[in-house]
Ligand binder design. Structure first.
Ligand code: ADP
Length: 255
C-alpha cells in the first residue's frame, strides 16, 4: 500500500463558538479519487480550505507529502509552517472553485500562462506551449484569445481546470464546481473531470452533489454530517447500500 499523500489527524475547526469540524481522520493515497458528500453546512468546504492552507485548524495535524502544515506549540496554540514550506505544499495542490476565479482582464491563454511564468518561473514560450496543450485537452483549443466574459459558465470552469492542471499538481481539489452552472452545462464539466479521473495518477478530492457522477468516478465516498465523517466506503457501499438514516434522508434530496 502506498504512503498517503495527505493525512488529517484528529482535525478540529471552530469559527468563534461554532465547532464546524469535530475530529476528522482521513488518509488520502496518491492516486485516490475521493468524493465528499453531505448536507450544506456540514463542513465539506472547510475540509478543502484547510488543505489549501486557506484556513488553519483549531486542533490536530494535516500532513501533506510527509510535511506537517501546522505544528502545535505547547501552550501557544497553533504555529504555522514557514511561508517557504507552505509555498512548496501549495505547489502540490490545485483547486477549482464554484465561482471560477479567473483573471477577467486577461485572455484565456494568459490566465494559464501568467501563473506559470510568475509563480513557477517558467520560460514564456514553454508556458504558452503547455497552456495550449491543456486548453486543447479541455476542449478550448479555439478560445486562446477570448476573454472570460465571452465564455459560457461551463467553458469558464474548463479554463479554471486547465489553469490548475498546467501547474502539474499532485492533488486536485474540486469544490462544487458544477453548482453555479446552468444544468445544460454541467455535463461538459463533468466530462473533463471524468477524463482526468480515468487518465491521471494524481489524487482528486471532489465535493459534489452529483451522486451518479460520484458513483462513476470515486474510489471512495465520505458522507460528512455535522462535522464528522459519518460514513466512508466505496461509492457503491455509501451511496447505494448504507442504511444510515441521515444519509438516506440526504440522498433522497439529491437523487
Ligand atoms: P459545506 O461546504 O458542507 O456547506 P462549510 O465548510 O462551507 O460547509 O461550512 C461549515 C460551517 O462553517 C457553516 O456553518 C459555515 O457557516 C461555517 N463557516 C465556514 N467558513 C466560515 C468563516 N470563515 N467564518 C465563520 N463561519 C464559517
Amino acid at each position: 500500500m502506498m504512503e498517503p499523500i495527505v493525512q488529517y489527524k484528529d482535525v478540529h475547526k471552530s469559527f468563534g463558538d461554532v465547532h464546524v469540524l469535530k475530529g476528522i481522520n482521513l488518509d488520502i493515497r496518491p492516486t485516490e479519487k475521493i468524493a465528499i458528500i453531505g448536507p450544506s453546512g456540514s463542513g465539506k468546504t472547510t475540509i478543502i480550505r484547510l488543505l489549501m492552507t486557506l484556513e488553519e485548524p483549531t486542533e490536530g495535524d494535516i500532513i501533506v507529502d510527509g510535511q506537517n502544515l501546522w505544528k502545535m506549540e505547547s501552550g501557544k496554540g497553533m504555529k504555522k509552517a514557514s511561508e517557504k514550506h507552505l509555498g512548496i505544499v501549495r505547489n502540490d495542490i490545485g483547486m477549482v472553485f464554484q465561482h471560477f476565479n479567473l483573471f477577467p482582464h486577461k485572455t484565456i491563454l494568459d490566465n494559464c500562462v501568467v501563473p506559470l511564468v510568475n509563480v513557477r518561473k517558467m520560460k514564456k514560450s514553454e508556458a504558452v506551449e503547455l497552456s495550449k496543450q491543456m486548453l486543447d485537452r479541455v476542449g478550448l483549443g479555439d478560445k486562446y484569445e477570448s476573454y472570460p466574459t465571452q465564455l459560457s459558465g461551463g467553458q469558464k470552469q474548463r479554463v479554471a481546470m486547465a489553469r490548475a492542471l498546467v501547474m502539474k499538481p499532485k492533488i486536485m481539489l474540486f469544490d462544487e464546481v458544477t453548482s453555479a452552472l446552468d444544468p445544460e452545462l454541467v455535463g461538459e464539466v463533468l466530462e473533463v473531470i471524468r477524463d482526468l479521473a480515468d487518465n491521471e495518477d494524481m489524487a482528486m478530492v471532489l465535493v459534489t452533489h452529483e451522486m451518479d457522477f460520484a458513483l462513476e468516478v470515486a474510489d471512495r465516498v465520505l458522507f460528512l454530517d455535522e462535522g464528522v465523517i459519518a460514513e466512508s466506503g466505496t461509492a457503491e457501499e455509501v451511496i447505494n447500500e448504507s442504511d444510515n438514516p441521515r444519509l438516506q434522508d440526504f440522498l433522497r434530496r439529491f437523487r
